[in-house]
Design a protein around this ligand. Structure first.
Ligand SMILES: Nc1ncnc2c1ncn2[C@@H]1O[C@H](COP(=O)(O)OP(=O)(O)O)[C@@H](O)[C@H]1O
Ligand SMILES: [Mg+2]
Length: 331
């Protein structure tokens, strides 16, 4: 289900208004769209808004995060499978997301993570507008608009051969770049107030001056996590204000928040320890433990990207998946 409309994309900056106006023009066409932008900038918000103002708005909006599934699972999710296609297949088979999105829009999030084996199949579906279920010989026509999103630089991915050039041109017929929050000027304050309103409701008048003061203090913060980070920050201070009132030591909170920015901005690629969430439970010998540790640190050092970690370890993506499963390493 697509909940968002263009009116939900808050902001007055030229940067966001420009992106919205481009997106609106794309809504009136039926071509594939590639949405690029850092994490938390609102790519999914844009995808849903485009669907909701397109001629397909009464049709389904189906979203999938391509980074969340292994190659085999992704294939059967996207295209479905017939009964008996593989061991463990459900009786009667399964309908894929492309078919579920018939007459509507499919949103392929984190398209940069899609395994190379599936890229060829996706390309074929886009060209022929028909899908073939896993284990089937027949093709089914589908009428689906495809919107994809990525926070990666796909040109780099193409150069390193982890993304097919032909697929890149096929998905990127229309291009939309959602700007980072730090380039949207006054929108930080506007969005901050919007979320503050949302979290505090009628309580907000009591804390408004405190809130404005805090927002001024974080004025030059870079917001590498963009709107999502701002939203979480405002939620946190709203909860604290509600429960502790003005007596809480917000000065302390703000200064540690700002100082966090220092380490990130010095090294844009580094990722905060507490943002990295990997769980693992390794059974077995020291060699297993050593291997699991290597994998975990490769993932941490590569923004949790399976592809990049596999490259760094010098193994294939599939091997990395298998090993992550073996050691129960979850992102
Ligand atoms: N301009 C905006 N106005 C209001 N909320 C926004 C805006 N941009 C993003 N958000 C909110 O920020 C969060 C992250 O947006 P999302 O679309 O998931 O980002 P992305 O897919 O780029 O990581 C969501 O909760 C979304 O509703
Ligand atoms: Mg997203």
């Amino acid at each position: 289900m697509a909940r968002y409309h263009f009116r939900d994309i808050k902001g007055e900056s030229d940067e966001i208004k420009n992106a919205i106006s481009i997106a609106k023009s794309y809504a009136s066409s039926d071509s594939t769209i590639l949405i690029q932008g850092e994490t938390g900038t609102g790519k999914e918000l844009f995808a849903q808004s485009i669907h909701n103002s397109s001629s397909r708005k009464s049709g389904p909006f189906v979203a999938i995060n391509c980074a969340s599934l292994s190659s085999n699972l992704l294939e059967s999710e996207l295209f479905g499978y017939v009964e008996g296609a593989f061991t463990g297949a459900i009786k009667g088979g399964k309908i894929g997301l492309f078919e579920l999105a018939h007459k509507g829009t499919i949103f392929l999030d984190e398209i940069g993570e899609i395994p190379i084996e599936i890229q060829a199949q996706l390309l074929r579906v886009l060209q022929e507008k028909e899908i073939r279920k896993v284990g089937s010989v027949v093709k089914t026509p589908v009428d689906v608009r495809v919107i994809t999103a990525t926070n990666r630089n796909l040109i780099d991915e193409m150069k390193s051969k982890s993304f097919r050039e032909d697929l890149y041109y096929r998905i990127g017929v229309l291009n939309l770049t959602v700007p980072p929050l730090r380039e949207r000027g006054g929108d930080v304050m506007l969005l901050g107030r919007f979320f503050f309103d949302k979290y505090l409701g009628s309580d907000k008048t009591k804390f408004l001056s405190m809130f404005e003061h805090i927002m001024k203090r974080v004025n030059s913060y870079k917001w590498y996590g963009n709107i999502r980070e701002l939203q979480n920050f405002v939620e946190r201070i709203s909860v604290l204000m509600k429960y502790h009132g003005n007596g809480y030591d917000f000065e302390q909170l703000v200064s540690s928040f700002i100082s966090k920015d220092y380490s990130i901005s010095n090294n844009e690629d580094s990722i905060e320890e507490d943002q990295v969430c990997i769980t693992t439970s390794v059974k077995g010998n020291d060699l297993n433990k050593w291997e699991a540790e290597k994998i975990t640190s490769a993932l941490k050092n590569n923004d949790l990207s399976i592809q990049k970690a596999a490259d760094a370890l010098g193994i294939s993506r599939t091997t990395l998946w298998r090993k992550m499963k073996q050691y129960n390493i979850k992102l």
